[in-house]
Design a protein around this ligand. Structure first.
Ligand code: GLV
Ligand code: MN
Ligand code: MN
Ligand code: MN
Length: 395
């Protein structure tokens, strides 16, 4: 699956942005594998793929696992894909060893979680969870979400594929790399996730006046870049007033016209802030929302729009306790932790009992081509997931 990216001719790392050609190929490959394994294949209108090993006694009671198929730009091999392939492998292994389960086992490959193509996050799991998703958004090439979605999903719905939004599961277990240094640094096999940070994302547009670099007097300038730099500095300074777990990232930044001899007329940048303390996140969010009131050049206008808001989410404590016991039985070391990364699980937790299993990330690196987890660690996570799915669907 990770090799599909090589076909894309894009830059280094994984580039499976939602509804792109690499994303379509990957979902098609997953569907083909599901069909080869004799699983029931469903696709919904957002392009999320569901592979069901239908239960014998309680087919309507669903035990789900999975993660997202999309990646960030120049992402790693494991974020999202580990939970998808690991989930498929767990279900295939169980089917081979034990045959049909009592309850239905479902693998889910959510269409999108990262928000790296369109200004919206978790659209796949939100759609499945029956939560509202804004479709009136464009990517940076001006292509609309609705058009890109329809064109891509049409390529997934083939013979033998059911096209519907399937019913919600009883439980959802997401297998994922930690994407942080804790397990790796402390040499712990497994992380059991208690909670996921809340996050807010914004786009800030700073508008000035493009003009000649040599002839415009310094005092008459409306330099959008100069103001943007001031605003980012202000955000960084303000962040220091909060705890260290309040994170701030300006990850995308665009200058227009981006030419040496023109005063920048327009700058656009993103602000991503997160915390596991809801009060802290709300108050920092207010600072971002009030950026237009910061004193800057009066010739400049500043617009702020928010496009992501997720609450601090507690995951299911009973499933976590079950996973502690299973990890002990399997002889794995484990710890409880909070996730600083966003996950589909925080959406699924609103509609189903939800839990996450983390394995270490070497050097804590993620969202980058250097993301890496050795096979032995991947296998421990897979073994715990398999044991959990067995207890839940066969027990
Ligand atoms: C998604 O991976 C996020 O946490 O940004
Ligand atoms: Mn990610
Ligand atoms: Mn992920
Ligand atoms: Mn993520």
């Amino acid at each position: 699956m990770a090799e599909i990216n090589a076909l894309s001719g894009e830059q280094s790392g994984q580039n499976r942005l939602v509804y792109s050609s690499t994303w379509i190929q990957a979902q098609q490959q997953l569907i083909a594998w599901g069909q080869q394994l004799g699983l029931r294949v469903t696709v919904d209108r957002y392009g999320t793929v569901y592979l069901d090993l239908v239960g014998r006694e309680f087919p309507g009671q669903i035990i789900a696992t999975g993660s997202h198929m999309d990646t960030v730009r120049q992402g790693g091999d494991y974020d999202g894909l580990y939970g998808v392939i690991g989930g498929l492998e767990a279900i295939a292994n169980l089917a081979k060893r034990f045959g049909q389960p009592k309850k239905t086992l479902r693998l889910i490959a959510f269409s999108e979680e990262e928000g790296s193509r369109f200004p919206a996050t978790f659209t796949g799991s939100k759609h499945y969870a029956r939560l509202p998703v804004t479709e009136t958004i464009n990517d940076d090439q001006g292509l609309s979400f609705a058009v890109a979605r329809a064109q891509a999903v049409a390529q997934l719905v083939k013979d033998g594929v059911v096209f519907e939004l399937p019913q919600l599961p009883e439980t959802f277990t997401e297998l994922h790399i930690e994407q942080g240094p804790r397990l790796f640094d402390q040499k712990i096999d497994i992380g059991l996730v208690e909670s996921i940070v809340g996050q807010k994302r914004y786009t800030v547009v700073v508008k000035g006046q493009a003009n000649h670099a040599g002839t415009t007097p310094m005092v008459d300038r409306a330099d959008a870049l100069q103001t943007a730099v001031m605003l980012i500095h202000y955000l960084q300074e303000q962040r220091r007033r909060f705890s260290e777990q309040l994170t701030l990232t300006v990850g995308a930044f665009a200058v227009l016209p981006n030419t040496a001899n023109v005063i920048p007329g327009r700058v656009q940048f993103t602000v991503d802030c997160r915390s596991s303390d809801a009060i802290e996140l709300t108050s920092y969010g207010r600072l971002v929302e009030n950026l237009a009131q910061v004193e800057t050049n009066p010739r400049i206008s500043i617009e702020i729009s928010q496009w992501t808001e997720t609450a601090v989410t507690e995951l299911d404590s009973m499933l976590l306790t079950e996973h502690q016991k299973l990890a002990d039985k399997l002889g794995f070391s484990w710890c409880k932790l909070a996730s600083g990364a966003g996950h589909d699980s925080q959406i699924m937790a609103q509609v189903a009992r939800t839990t996450m299993i983390f394995v270490p990330s070497v050097g804590g690196i993620s969202h980058a081509p250097a993301e890496y987890t050795p096979t032995a660690d991947l296998e421990r996570g897979l073994a715990l997931l398999t044991a959990s799915l067995y207890e839940q669907a066969y027990g």
